[in-house]
Write a new protein. Structure first.
Length: 305
């Protein structure tokens, strides 16, 4: 009987507490205070423009979009949604500006630079970025004509060492007229000239290392047929018009100081520092360096154009 009395007393206390709580809730309901709106003051209107030509389309595809203040926003206050939209537009503009030379129409680009097929050509290849850059000499300096995505290459970062290692080369190479192959089984091709004097001095072996079409690679840099047709055409025309050779400089990546620091522990760091001398010369002078091999080492000199 005593146990039952205690249970009844406990139930009574719980019911009492609940009744007291509900009474307080109705007598003093909680007050909701919404958060203050987020506003940003913008002093100027934002305008985003871009004009880009798709590689697979002959006509230019252009677009332009303006972001202006509405009548309701003459005070210069933008909502969070408007700020996010502006951020997306700016990010898209920056992406297109960075990548536009992948899609620009080649003939239109040459006209804009006052250049033509047959003018001297310089090529840079960046392995990590899978990118081939074409530069052309116009009005005394080399202009960036177009970027081409490399469809396939084999191996990893670092130079080619021996026949059969399936490694794409890195270094300073020259393409002479005899290295062009318009009848390649890979559509069109030009031989890079590997092994060069540096490679031979370091007992590196290999053969038939090329830039070619057909998007297949066993040690070469392979492009789509459409891309190699443009690249090969520029190289062939320059050689026919008297350029002694087309320099093709192959780097593991874009050799900025920060990127070099990331690879400071690599076994190839010292080799890459030599390649960086050639990279830095072109970045500063906008002219390809003159590269020779002396006592088994690359020597970077001023251009002899």
């Amino acid at each position: 009987m005593m146990k039952r009395a205690w249970l009844i007393l406990a139930d009574t206390l719980v019911i009492g507490l609940l009744t007291f709580s509900f009474t307080l809730y109705y007598l003093y309901p909680p007050v909701y205070r919404p958060p203050a709106p987020i506003t940003v003051t913008v002093k100027t209107a934002v305008k985003v423009e871009q004009n880009i030509s798709e590689e697979a389309v002959s006509a230019d595809i252009s677009w332009q979009k303006e972001l202006n203040m509405t009548e309701e926003n003459q005070s210069g206050i933008l909502s969070l949604e408007e700020i996010m939209q502006i951020s997306r537009e700016v990010a898209m503009r920056e992406y297109l500006e960075e990548d536009q030379l992948r899609y620009v129409n080649l003939n239109e680009r040459l006209r804009s630079l006052h250049a033509k097929k047959g003018d001297p050509v310089y090529i840079r290849i960046f392995k990590k970025e899978a990118l081939l850059e074409v530069w052309i000499k116009a009005e005394g300096k080399y202009e960036h004509v177009k970027d081409y995505a490399i469809c396939a290459y084999s191996g990893h970062l670092g130079p080619k060492l021996k026949e059969g290692d399936r490694q794409a080369p890195e270094g300073f190479y020259r393409v002479y007229p005899k290295q062009l192959n318009p009848h390649s089984k890979f559509y069109l091709a030009f031989n890079l000239g590997y092994p060069n004097a540096y490679d031979r001095a370091h007992h590196r072996t290999g053969s038939y290392l090329m830039v070619h079409g057909d998007c297949r690679s066993i040690g070469c840099y392979a492009m789509t047929n459409g891309r190699i047709k443009e690249i090969y055409g520029l190289v062939s025309a320059a050689l026919k018009q008297g350029q002694p050779y087309v320099p093709v400089h192959i780097f593991p990546f874009k050799m900025e100081n920060g990127t070099m620091a990331e690879y400071s522990e690599s076994r190839w760091y010292d080799f890459w520092m030599v390649l960086k001398e050639g990279y830095d010369y072109f970045e500063a002078e906008e002219l390809p360096p003159y590269v020779t091999v002396e006592k088994g080492e690359y020597v970077i000199s001023e251009t002899r154009d």
